[in-house]
Design a protein around this ligand. Sequence first.
Ligand SMILES: *[C@@H]1O[C@H](CO)[C@@H](O)[C@H](O)[C@H]1NC(C)=O
Length: 335
Amino acid sequence: MSNAKSWLGLGMSLYFWGLMDLTTTVLSGTPTPPGKLEAFLSDKPQSHSRTKRSWVWNQFFVLEEYTGTDPLYVGKLHSDMDRGDGSIKYILSGEGAGVVFTIDDTTGDIHAIQRLDREERAQYTLRAQALDRRTGRPMEPESEFIIKIQDINDNEPKFLDGPYVATVPEMSPVGTSVIQVTATDADDPTYGNSARVMYSILQGQPYFSVDSKTGVIRTALMNMDREAKEYYEVIIQAKDMGGQLGGLAGTTTVNITLSDVNDNPPRFPQKHYQMNVLESAPVSSTVGRVFAKDLDEGINAEMKYTIVDGDGADAFDINTDPNFQVGIITVKKVI
Ligand SMILES: *[C@@H]1O[C@H](CO)[C@@H](O)[C@H](O)[C@H]1NC(C)=O
């Protein structure tokens, strides 16, 4: 008997057809195959394209979300004691054996008979046995292997925290950070670009911009004036495949409000007011009211009226009505 043994059970080997440029990282904790591996050539026709074939001796890879009608070929178990006469019986056990994966007990071919979803389950640990079909005795020690589900880009980025609400002071300098939005993508972040997200702004320009990598939204226009436009509905898109054509996309809404800063002085709508008062009017009686408008809001629009100059400045008083922001002119002394 050949002494070319796979580490994976004495002489029992697994192989599969490289579907794509696979990463051939061996799982940590698994032994590195010894130098002398027996490679089995498949009877499948070789492609003339320059696809790189990777041989991995303890794991198979199979693409998720296969939609064909035939069972999906995963790979092959093979004992080097198998002379092809059907005297060896291959047995599969472990996670998904018989339900998700079946084996042809004569050829060792493994197929998936269910649609696989990597985001539901990324790998299966199975055990392989080769028995003497006549006696039922094991020909080899049982060995363990893994079927890894290979990611395809079947999940779009999602903004789990959206929609967002944010506030930024009006008149902020261009580039002021408003809020950071984050999209998550359920695809495999360690393989390809299916989970590599780029942000862009679909609505909200030229007032706001988004950092394509970080999702930080910033002000993009000078002198944004709350008194001119207070509310903005900004729509941010996250697209995987690094934002490239063919990537999947998701969006979120960010409602941004400009908060007030005190950038408007109070203004009297009239330059002159005419008021009359009887000379008999008692002290503290009201002469009239004046009202100045302030476009700001809250404390920035609160006013205090004072008499700064003029004839009879000592004859009249002005008080501020805090509820209506009105100045009330009263008689201060007998006229
Ligand atoms: C954002 O603003 C729109 C339009 O005013 C409103 O219908 C929506 O409810 C707001 N969303 C949030 C999260 O506040």
